[in-house]
Design a protein around this ligand. Sequence first.
Ligand code: ZN
Length: 117
Amino acid sequence: MAPQFNVFHSNLHLNGRCPVCNTMYDLQKFKIIAEHDQNVLTYIQCTSCGSAVLSMMTAGQQGLQAVGLVTDLSVDEVVAFERSEAVTSDDVLGLHALLEKDSNIIPPFTFSSTSKG
Ligand SMILES: [Zn+2]
């Protein structure tokens, strides 16, 4: 049986700095998005550059492990994707077959020559 843990009472230490701009995080903005069994999905957004880190923390036999990734998703987008179905290999093959039938089904990508800010 996996050990019980509470993210607020563990020996977990967050780096505390944005990996993009090195600004100290405002830990008041730290959010727990979802909890399933011994897994906790967390989110924190940098107040300086707007990038965010999404982390999956897992409690197992070896202790607490965290895997994080930098994202530009908002917390609402993360919640929406977290609740959506995973893409399967059948989905990919279906899209491939669809594109073979009609390659114009998806409009070509367009790139804006203007940039914001
Ligand atoms: Zn930053």
